[in-house]
Design a binder for this molecule. Structure first.
Ligand code: GLU
Length: 489
């Protein structure tokens, strides 16, 4: 039995969450559920300038919608609350003071103007940029003088001048970084807020995180974190850096490059279980061939060992296909429930609300083969609901059928259908096949004319079922309208 892990998803609330940034949450969640461990949500909101109003709420809604329920965190609490870093400032202060006292960190009074000028000079000399450690060895008197000037310092970590950090990443293997290439990085800013590095290490330790799963862009931060773990005397977690999801062009998905927010997928009518399955496959596979997997199957079989090192691209066509599969796998009642809000919202305003659920249940089996998203249904199925169709007379005409023939077919159909007592699919089929024969035309020609008359479209669900669902009165009315359009034409 696997050892229960403690994992955290630690988003910075700087915008709307998209597939690229929620991806790691899925793997946190899976590892926690697979091992009977704990999935923690921690909000890394220490970058005051980049914080965005509503981003946390948006994030939580997206996680819930995808079924990624957290065990500790905002809204739930837990033994290591608070789970917002902005509410944990005293802990970070205490931690840096400890490092300063033991000589692993120091106060730096350099102004941003000085740092900027230094960077420009380094660039001009084509030197690597980085802090020149001017404040690293200030004497107590020099420090006092700076304090007396009223300068609020930052706290920097004293990175060893030589040696290296070595660590093992479960996906990327053994990694080494030379200390000489690492800057004396800032841990605490002059406004009292920690940087990502400090807060991350302090909280991962305080919250007893066993595995850190995060994007590969954080690999280069890891040696800094390890230096802090060592200085604090804490044990570092296991690291699992994940390849970044890329777009079809293999470039990074990003907010700027039009990555769609997770809740937009919801609003477009993707099913959360389909998107979950799809995102799992970008990073993990059961056996390199199975595509459609239940939630339970994924949780049961999940293993870090089968996580890939190469990011799969976000393939929209595959997501569409998968959504269609999930839609078709829903039973009619479930699909009706899921469709209702979309139909209520997107069917034309003239359609009477509230919609008739029983009628929709009848239609659902007819449309489910053809829709990709729930939202599509409103468009595709609108002819089932509206009173007046907009006909395009050209649709009645094809290689074998001219307008006169279509008109004749529709008039005869009207005559044939008017006396019918029952309007079920079998009756309709036998009556109309007999009619085609009597008219001496191919059944397909008759059915095409009828299809256009009944739906105003030539790509629709099976015609007899469609007519049965619409009912006799509506069908006859439509046939009459089509006739008068063709007569005017
Ligand atoms: N706050 C970081 C982010 O937004 C967390 C990185 C990590 O998981 O350590 O991605």
């Amino acid at each position: 039995m696997a050892v229960p892990v403690r994992v955290r998803f630690a988003p910075s609330p700087t915008g709307k969450v998209h597939a690229g940034n929620i991806h790691t949450a899925i793997f946190d969640y899976l590892l926690a559920r697979h091992t009977g461990g704990t999935f923690i949500l921690r909000i890394e909101d220490t970058d005051v300038g980049r914080k965005e109003e509503g981003a946390v709420e948006h994030m939580m809604e997206a996680l819930k919608w995808l079924g990624l329920d957290w065990d500790e965190g905002p809204g739930i609490g837990g033994p290591y609350a608070p789970y917002y870093q902005s509410q944990r400032l005293p802990l970070y202060k205490e931690a840096v003071e400890k490092l300063v006292a033991q000589g692993d960190a120091y106060y730096c009074y350099c102004s941003s103007e000085r740092l900027e000028a230094m960077r420009k000079e380094q660039e001009a000399r084509k030197q690597p940029t980085g802090y020149d450690r001017a404040c690293r060895d200030l004497t107590p008197e020099q420090r006092k003088a700076k304090e007396a000037e009223g300068i609020k310092p930052v706290v920097r970590f004293k990175v060893p001048l030589e040696g290296h950090a070595d660590f093992h990443d479960l996906i990327y293997g053994d990694i080494t970084f030379e200390y000489k290439n690492i800057d004396d990085f800032v841990m605490l800013k002059s406004d009292g807020y920690p940087t990502y590095h400090l807060a991350n290490v302090v909280d991962d330790t305080a919250m007893k995180i066993t595995h850190v799963i995060r994007g590969e862009e954080w690999i280069s931060s890891t040696p800094r974190h390890l230096l802090m773990y060592k200085a604090f005397g804490y044990t570092p977690p296991v690291y699992v850096h994940m390849p970044m999801i890329v777009g079809a062009d293999r470039a990074k998905l990003s907010k700027r490059r039009g990555a769609i927010s997770i809740l937009e997928y919801r609003d477009m009518g993707y099913l959360p279980e389909a998107l979950f399955n799809f995102l799992v496959l970008i990073g993990w596979s059961l056996d390199d061939k199975t595509e459609i997997m239940t939630h339970q199957q994924i949780v049961e079989n999940f293993s870090l060992e089968r996580m890939g090192r190469v990011a799969a691209a976000f393939n929209q066509e595959k997501l569409d296909w998968m959504n269609g599969v999930y839609i078709r796998n829903l039973n009619p009642d479930e699909l009706t429930d899921r469709l209702m809000p979309f139909l209520e919202k997107y069917l034309p305003p003239e359609v009477k609300r509230p919609l008739d659920v029983d009628y929709i249940k009848q239609i659902v089996p007819l449309i489910k083969e053809r829709i990709i998203t729930l939202k599509d249904a409103a468009d595709y199925a609108s002819f089932f609901f509206v009173d007046e169709l907009q006909y395009d007379p050209a649709k009645f005409v094809d290689k074998k059928t001219d307008t006169a023939m279509a008109l004749k077919a529709l008039k005869s159909a009207e005559e044939k259908l008017t006396p019918l007592a029952s309007f079920d699919k079998d009756q309709l089929e036998s009556a109309l096949r007999a009619l085609a024969e009597a008219l001496g035309i191919k059944a397909g020609q008759l059915f095409n004319s009828l299809r256009v008359a009944i739906t105003a479209s030539d790509a629709t669900p099976p015609i007899f079922e469609t007519m049965a669902a619409l009912g006799k009165e509506r069908c006859l009315k439509r046939i009459q309208s089509a006739i008068s359009i063709l007569e005017k034409n």
